[in-house]
Design a protein around this ligand. Structure first.
Ligand SMILES: C[S@@+](CC[C@H](N)C(=O)[O-])C[C@H]1O[C@@H](n2cnc3c(N)ncnc32)[C@H](O)[C@@H]1O
Length: 276
């Protein structure tokens, strides 16, 4: 993580309490804090920073479904952007949908060039986080990738550093974002709501963290309308991946206090812009 995040990163159980950097932290050449600890001034909990990534969950946080378990494996983290992610949307939408189409859509909706604190929730290898940081340009602000799987975060940090991008990565849960209420200028979440566990809790947390003029750019997968699609989704459902009908997704966002401003659908792939 970068020092830009000190003062903005908060305790997952006391989200209004900024974490303090304990004395003795180690920084690398580009200023990243690579080793040390963060402390909550309210409960006194110490969170370790190792390999540049603060771990706000600790060893007791276990995956709750087969899909989450698979995503927590180092092999999945290694292969995710090498073998699956570049082709995922073309396969899922049934039309050519490479990064050159997807990433401008996401950055256009999130508008990171307005600056501020920007979080890619359940970021995996940090694809959206890198696109957001590139699109932020010269605006003040900082991009953070959050995920609960440490191998995903390590790979995300490696990709960001290889690309020369200054992005912080933090291990935390989508249902307990380590930021103060109304502090985020933009939030993205790509394909993660389908396996996140408590969907209502995650959406409420996005709403809590979102600044009054903030934007949520969501890419989600909804229920297929074709028989083969439904059969495949039913099989994936046994692993804990859920594909809600579009109207159920929109009702869940509305129930969390997120207002739908615009939406595009390509097969089962849906892009949504949400605000408070
Ligand atoms: C489909 S992948 C995300 C893809 C990524 N957003 C992208 O566009 O490439 C799902 C990710 O969500 C993470 N995840 C699942 N449930 C989570 C939770 N409750 N909190 C944080 N991360 C979670 C998994 O570890 C995994 O990295």
């Amino acid at each position: 993580m970068y020092p830009d995040l000190i003062g903005a990163l908060t305790c997952p159980t006391h989200p209004e309490a900024p974490l303090n950097l304990a004395p003795g932290s180690r920084h690398d050449a580009d200023g990243a804090i690579v080793r040390g600890a963060l402390c909550c001034p309210v409960c006194g909990t110490r969170f370790a920073i190792r390999g540049g990534i603060p771990d706000l969950l600790g060893p007791r946080e276990l995956p709750t479904s087969p899909a989450q378990f698979a995503n927590a494996l180092p092999l999945t983290a290694w292969g995710y952007e090498r073998f699956w992610r570049p082709y995922a949307l073309s396969l899922l939408s049934g039309e050519p949908f490479g990064y050159e189409r997807e990433l401008p859509l996401i950055t256009g909706l999130a508008s990171p060039n307005r600056g501020g604190l920007i979080v890619d929730v359940a970021c995996s290898n940090g694809l959206y986080a890198r696109a957001l940081e590139r699109a932020r340009g010269t605006a003040d602000g900082h991009v953070v990738g959050i995920d609960h799987a440490m191998p995903m975060l390590r790979q995300a940090r490696a990709y960001a550093r290889a690309a020369g991008l200054r992005i912080s990565f933090v291990r935390a849960r989508a249902q307990a974002l380590p930021v103060a209420s109304a502090s985020l200028a933009a939030i993205t979440m790509g394909g993660s709501l389908n396996e996140i566990g408590d969907v209502a809790g995650a959406l409420r947390e996005l709403r809590r963290a979102l600044a009054p003029a903030g934007r949520v750019a969501l890419m989600s997968l909804v229920r297929a309308s074709t028989l083969p699609g439904r059969v495949l989704q039913a099989a994936l459902g046994t692993g804990g991946i859920v594909f809600p009908p579009l109207d159920a997704l929109n009702r869940a966002c509305a129930a969390a206090g997120l207002r739908l401003r615009a939406q595009w659908r390509y097969g089962v792939v849906v892009f949504s812009l949400l605000t408070r």
